[in-house]
Design a protein around this ligand. Structure first.
Ligand code: ZN
Length: 306
């Protein structure tokens, strides 16, 4: 892959908004901005029912919203992590997408499903096909079988048509390799079996500060650079990256080191648009699907968190 501006590799983050409050994530973003990174911060546009299990703030909080809008103005992408922290029926999802567009000037370009939301799209056992789906269902004791219904036409949770019309990229598989593009060389890809999602992308494992730092180790950074690859980290910046208002030392050291390399540090949507412009539309083949599903399932059964 040839990167713009003579860059050697690409790096970004898609930050799921669970746990995120002003105090738990603002210091992370201040540091990222100072170091020259522009990444993707997801949001919940509207309030949910009750309180979020993992904590986290929605765009209904004025001070938080103001801060997120400033982030957007400074070049960070704002992504979608479903309408809110709890499940939303069709009408609420439609309203949340409109609210998102009102707040940020356009519909979300990238999104990730949120585990608690029954309107997740092609999620749970629907991430897999064939024998891999059966293995997944057996291992998870059928808890996720037909659980998520955002893609099921006629269901109260259905919103697939709006996903197709408004959202460009949806995250699916997460892999241990820092070089996401090596683990999923066809991304962003379309899956004709899942018509309501325009394009899928993959990410690299790192849901909390420890796993994030492990994936971002010095050796891994050097390999990402040597391979000229692309990394889209999956994380929750609200999960342990800041304590007492201070960013984790190890995380700060690693990000500073990475920032000194000749990387292309753009948000997920910019990176994915670039990959798409280099490859054009790609429908995943059966063989590619088997390979991706198989390698994700093996990882998932060992350590994978999503
Ligand atoms: Zn989530």
């Amino acid at each position: 892959m040839i990167w713009p501006d003579n860059k050697t590799f690409a790096f970004t983050v898609f930050d799921d908004t669970d746990f995120a409050t002003l105090s738990s994530v603002r210091p992370v973003y201040e540091m990222l901005e100072d170091l020259g990174f522009r990444t993707t911060k997801s949001v919940w546009p509207v309030d949910g029912l009750g309180e979020p299990v993992n904590g986290g703030t929605t765009c209904n909080n004025r001070e938080y919203l103001q801060w997120v809008r400033q982030l957007s103005k400074r070049g960070f992408e704002i992504g979608y992590h479903m309408a809110t922290f709890s499940s939303s029926y069709r009408q609420k999802t439609i309203e949340a997408l409109e609210r998102f567009a009102e707040l940020f000037g356009e519909y979300p370009q990238t999104m990730a499903n949120h585990s608690a939301c029954l309107e997740n799209i092609y999620w749970g056992d629907k991430r897999l096909t064939g024998s891999r789906r059966l293995i997944y269902n057996l291992v998870t004791r059928f808890r996720f079988r037909n659980r998520y219904r955002g893609h099921v036409e006629g269901d109260p949770y259905f919103w697939g048509d709006h996903c197709r019309n408004k959202v460009k990229y949806v995250r699916n598989f997460v892999f241990p390799d820092i070089n996401t593009l090596k683990a999923c060389p066809i991304m962003p890809y379309h899956n004709p079996q899942k018509p309501f999602v325009n394009y899928w992308f993959a990410s690299s494992e790192g849901p909390n500060v420890n796993s994030f730092n492990a994936t971002l180790s010095e050796a891994n950074q050097d390999r990402l650079e040597a391979e000229g690859g692309a990394c889209i980290m999956y994380t929750h910046f609200g999960a342990g990256f800041v304590s007492d208002g201070t960013v984790s030392d190890r995380f700060a050291t690693l990000m500073k080191r990475l920032s000194q390399k000749n990387g292309w540090f753009v948000p997920s949507n910019v990176l994915l648009d670039y990959l798409l412009s280099r490859r054009e539309h790609h429908d995943i083949t059966n063989r590619e699907r088997r390979r991706l599903e198989g390698s994700w399932l093996r990882h998932k059964l060992r350590v994978g968190t999503t």
